[in-house]
Design a protein. Structure first.
Length: 318
């Protein structure tokens, strides 16, 4: 009798264990399917299957990956943490400037405006001549020209305050109005002091960057500019000026080249390396915003891993 009781008890315990395993599995499987979860195991599996070494964790200080079809953030790391935008500040500048003037507006570039460019910062070799406003936008977005950013701030500051007496004053007026505009438009965690982003005091978040990029993506001209590895601008006088994109994902000669990457922008300052990428896969678009990586290589490795995750994810095809 005691042996039978012990046997029944073992069967009962085994049955309860099986029920718990099945119930837990029903909750666990959907969680595992999401690319940001169970990552260490996935890294080892991918490394074994594809003979590639994937990172154990994201190097970026702050990062999001978004399914643009439903605005779902499926990968996140400290998404609300303020970070230095560096040249990503130019995205806010371009978006605001586009509300103030027409793309075909002719900007007569002055030496005074160009001279605002800080020593050692990136330039697009803007000259003292006439440019279309969209030429200057391209110069900011493709080679990340800081000189173009000051010229745009000077020009738009003159629209906002025609009585302003100098390029520096006009640029300052533009930035003051830009910051008010950002607060009104929901980018409340962003504050910018320099139109080029060459400023360690400026702050933004991945969520604010997502907001401004969504707005910019509504413009076909923006999509065209940021998607090209090399961009040739045609100026008002008929001359041309070529620029090389700083986004390595667009360069066919790079190990990171990916034909499904559609832009958008790099940014780096001091020890912070930033990158925003628009990716097309599964008949959808995905936006990756990465801030504060420790090196140029690490920011590309982080995003490259996410692109592979998107490619292989059944969850993201739905």
């Amino acid at each position: 009798m005691q042996r039978k009781r012990r046997k029944k008890k073992r069967v009962g315990i085994l049955l309860i264990f099986c029920i718990l395993c099945i119930g837990g599995g029903m909750l666990f499987v959907p969680w595992v399917m999401q690319p940001e979860n169970f990552r260490d195991v996935k890294n080892k599996i991918n490394s074994f299957l594809y003979k590639e070494n994937f990172p154990d964790s994201y190097n970026a200080k702050s990062l999001i990956a978004v399914d643009c079809s439903d605005d779902e953030i499926f990968i996140s790391k400290d998404e609300k943490a303020p970070q230095v935008p560096a040249s990503l500040a130019k995205l806010f500048v371009v978006e605001y400037a586009a509300t103030l003037a027409e793309l075909d507006s002719i900007v007569d570039v002055s030496y005074e405006a160009i001279s605002l460019t800080k020593p050692g910062s990136s330039v697009a070799h803007i000259e003292e001549k006439e440019y279309f406003l969209h030429n200057l936008f391209a110069a900011m977005l493709v080679p990340s020209g800081n000189d173009a950013a000051y010229v745009v701030a000077d020009y738009c500051g003159g629209i906002l305050s025609p009585q302003a007496g100098s390029s520096r004053e006009r640029a300052q007026i533009f930035m003051e109005n830009l910051n008010r505009y950002l607060q009104q438009e929901g980018c409340s965690d962003t504050v910018l002091y320099d139109p080029s982003g060459f400023d360690t005091e400026a702050l933004t978040t991945t969520l604010d960057l997502k907001t401004v990029v969504y707005r910019l993506l509504e413009y076909s001209w923006f999509r065209e500019i940021v998607s090209q590895n090399t961009y040739t601008a045609t100026l008002p006088d008929g001359s041309t000026q070529p620029w090389q994109n700083t986004n390595t994902f667009l360069d066919p000669a790079s190990e990171y080249y990916n034909e499904n990457v559609c832009g958008i922008k790099t940014g780096s300052l001091s020890d912070d390396y930033n990158l925003i990428v628009l990716y097309r896969q599964h008949n959808k678009e995905f936006l990756i915003c990465s801030l504060g990586s420790q090196s140029d290589t690490s920011r590309y490795n982080d995003v490259d891993f996410i692109l592979k995750t998107i490619d292989e994810s059944y969850y993201l095809t739905q």
